[in-house]
Design a protein around this ligand. Structure first.
Ligand code: UT7
Length: 324
């Protein structure tokens, strides 16, 4: 059976130049490198420079992904940016990226599902490709979470970082089997009743920017439970099982969550792409960053079966199964 698949044609990422080691926080907060490392697995993160915005990070990642695919910006017909930290209230970060790349056609929009944003954006891009509305889509995750940190709150400000990652997805012919390269299935979820455990206490309608607030323990509890089940549902949908998976490419929030989720899926860390130690939690950017770094490290190879999974504010969570 001939089917259309949304296949990965290129990947790239960008990290701001400034690297902040855990020890830097010891100067201003009652915290330690040892606490941050042991509770989260984070060792360092990147922070955007003054004047460097989310769309700047996104453009750099997108340019790297285009180069990897061997495409020009004019070859692309849509851009989706997953972000909760856009440059402005509007226009979308995606239209800013479109203009900065010199694209004059196609369409561009943002998706906001916080740390699960990239999984929601990938699923949206897949639907646009399968319905024939676009043939080549840049799917970008880009964030400047350093701009919404409360620097006096040690329970959150040591955990997050800035960065961007991008994929070029392209329509390709498939056979309908699980051997096809491209997106094979996805599972999306949200439950707005859990709003109070992870949110920003400001926004346009309250005429402020606000700061990120999190009940870490509660989010942790939901994460381990929901991430393994969404990954299993997505695999079931594709007619696959954990044993078929080459790499889990998880949202990078906490090494303990990453390890516990892999364990629930019957897998060890040797089959997980882990970047949290170097990037911290970059929200919607974390999965495309991990995909790009995983490929550069030689972990992810053509034909490998990947499961991406993420959870974040909302709560919103989901998983995508794709063959690279
Ligand atoms: O990306 C969106 C999804 N987000 C996540 O997945 C994050 C989920 N949660 C987590 O990653 C973890 O819950 C944290 C890393 C945030 C915290 O780890 P924890 O093991 O759940 O620690 P805790 O919140 O229970 O805090 C333990 C102790 C507390 O002190 P007491 O009450 O036991 O005396 C905190 O006050 O650690 C204290 N603490 C700190 N100590 C040193 C909290 N933050 C710090 C800190 N340095 N930075």
């Amino acid at each position: 059976m001939n089917v259309t698949r949304a296949r990965v044609a290129g990947v790239g990422h960008y990290l701001p130049q400034r690297v902040v080691e855990n020890a830097e926080f010891e100067r201003t907060l009652d915290t330690s490198d040892e606490w941050i490392r042991s509770r989260s697995g984070i060792e360092r993160r990147h922070f955007a420079a003054e004047g460097e915005s989310t769309s700047d990070l996104a453009v750099a990642a997108a340019s790297a992904a285009l180069a990897d695919a061997g495409f020009e910006a004019g070859d692309i017909d849509a851009i989706i940016v997953a972000t909760s930290t856009p440059d402005l209230t509007f226009p979308s970060a995606a239209t800013m990226v479109q203009a900065k790349l010199g694209m004059t056609g196609g369409f561009a929009f943002d998706v906001q599902a916080v740390c699960a944003g990239f999984v929601f954006a990938l699923t949206t891009a897949n639907a646009l490709i399968l319905s024939g509305q676009a043939k080549r889509i840049l799917v970008i995750g880009a964030e400047t979470f350093s701009r919404i940190m409360d620097w006096s709150d040690r329970s959150t400000c040591v955990l997050f970082g800035d960065g961007a990652g991008a994929l070029v997805l392209e329509a390709a012919d498939g056979t309908g089997s699980t051997e096809d390269r491209g997106i094979l299935s996805s599972d999306l979820n949200s439950d707005g009743r859990h709003r109070e455990i992870l949110y920003v206490d400001g926004g346009v309608s309250t005429q402020s920017t606000g700061h990120l607030r999190m009940e870490g323990k509660e989010v942790f509890r939901h994460a381990v439970d929901k991430l393994a089940s969404t990954a299993h549902r997505a695999l079931d949908m594709a007619g696959l099982a954990s044993d078929d998976v080459d790499w889990i490419v998880p949202h990078q929030a906490n090494l303990r969550i990453i390890r516990a989720t892999a364990l629930k899926m019957g897998m060890g860390l040797d089959r997980v792409v882990v970047t949290v130690q170097d990037h911290g939690n970059t929200s919607a950017a974390s999965i495309p960053l991990a995909l790009s770094v995983g490929k550069a490290r030689g972990q992810i190879k053509t034909g490998d079966l990947l499961v991406t999974e993420a959870i974040g504010g909302g709560l919103a969570w989901g998983a995508v199964v794709l063959r690279w």
